[in-house]
Design a protein. Structure first.
Length: 216
């Protein structure tokens, strides 16, 4: 059983990560600005008020935790895009003040910077809407920042090109910087199976200090 601090617990990905963590019996502290948005009752869930953009708040929430998970992303509204890269910087700044006692940091990343089979990156595809490109490049900037960090144990998990609510199968394939593509030529993962991959990494860390990705 791990002690997990979770940011973004009310978002599309965060709610699935929260559900998967509780399903496995982990103790979760959801760090939110508005506790009224999280009404789930579970004996292993605590809800505290905190600010992901305040390193001091991050440090306080991180004390005694094994892992901090950031599910702060851009998919839940335009206002969230601007939080993606600054939130990662703030999380690192807060956790590094805890020194050797700092928990691991697992960041929900984006697919945009992944290499495709033809050697381009996902965000190079023609016809992508501007809002989606903004999300992709914000996640790319967050990943670039993570790769400069050597004093906090971080992992960045990119989804497949398409991630949406769906079925929890418990199965997925992994890669590092290359898009996972199925036999049908599609790159996809359900939000539920993405959450499975997040918690698998929490329980069996294999990607400290690197980005990896999942898909079917």
């Amino acid at each position: 059983m791990s002690d997990i601090a979770l940011y973004g617990a009310t978002g599309t990905i965060g709610t699935r990560v929260l559900a998967e963590a509780l399903r496995r019996g982990h103790r979760v502290t959801a760090v939110v600005r508005d506790p009224g948005r999280l009404t789930l009752a579970d004996p292993n869930l605590a809800v505290v008020v905190g600010d992901v953009l305040d390193p001091g708040s991050v440090a306080e929430a991180g004390k005694g935790q094994d892992v901090v998970i950031s599910a702060v992303g851009g998919g839940d509204g335009p206002g969230h895009v601007a939080l993606i890269e600054p939130s990662v910087e703030s999380l690192v700044a807060g956790l590094r003040t805890l020194g050797a006692d700092a928990p691991r940091l697992l960041v929900v990343g984006g697919a945009g910077s992944l290499r495709t089979p033809d050697g381009t990156q996902v965000w190079d595809a023609e016809g992508l809407p501007e809002f989606l490109l903004q999300i992709m490049h914000a996640h790319g900037a967050a990943l670039d920042y993570c790769r400069t960090v050597d004093d906090v144990r971080w992992t960045n998990l990119s989804p497949a090109a398409t991630i949406e609510p769906g079925e929890r199968t418990g199965s997925y394939r992994t890669a590092l910087d290359d898009l996972v593509v199925g036999a049908d030529g599609r790159s996809r993962i359900s939000a539920e199976d993405y959450a499975v991959a997040v918690l698998d990494e929490v329980e069996h860390p294999r990607h400290i200090g690197e980005r990896f990705t999942v898909g079917y």
